[in-house]
Design a protein around this ligand. Structure first.
Ligand code: ATP
Ligand code: MG
Length: 148
């Protein structure tokens, strides 16, 4: 469990910002008071780094990517938001299938495995993941994990 969720998230955002060739503005917005949470740090890292790297990869240079974190009742909520290419409605049902990639990826490289890993990690935490997306407007992934 990351002892300090704030530091964990800000370090992760900083790490991705450093590795970002497209120079997005990656923002960490925290709206929580609960710093002590119990969850597997490696699983949380794989969830957030996959979602954030997709947000970076599928949105254009100079745009804003946000990680928003807050507590709600007995859950912790993570949202990853981008202003990118969006996901076609027809591809949403297969989003978590290994090797499935949406029809609008064009020449953006990828193997289609990241979201399958995210789904597995969320399930291991007994959490939920939902997506809201609009073509050429952007995508928001919401991950809800029980605080225990
Ligand atoms: P990789 O295995 O390297 O992560 P990938 O990014 O193609 O490859 P996933 O992360 O599993 O694969 O994502 C599956 C598909 O979902 C992507 O190919 C893309 O079509 C779509 N997708 C995921 N996140 C986004 C996003 N933020 N914006 C637009 N499309 C997305
Ligand atoms: Mg990916």
């Amino acid at each position: 469990c990351p002892a300090n969720l704030f530091k964990f998230c800000s370090d992760l955002v900083e790490e991705l910002q450093l590795g970002d060739g497209k120079k997005h503005t990656i923002e960490f917005i925290k709206k929580f008071e609960c710093n002590t949470i119990y969850m597997d740090e490696k699983l949380l890292r794989s969830i957030l780094s996959n979602l954030l790297s997709n947000a970076i990869k599928y949105s254009s240079k100079g745009s804003i990517v946000q990680l928003i974190v807050y507590c709600h009742l007995k859950d912790i909520v993570f949202q990853v938001k981008d202003c990118g290419i969006g996901i076609p409605a027809e591809d949403i049902p297969r989003l978590f299938d290994p090797f499935h990639r949406a029809r609008n990826v064009n020449d953006i490289p990828g193997t289609g495995l990241g979201m399958a890993i995210v789904k597995k990690a969320v399930d291991l935490h007994r959490g939920q993941i939902t997506v809201n997306s609009q073509i050429d407007v952007g995508t928001i992934f919401t991950v809800i994990l029980p605080l225990k």
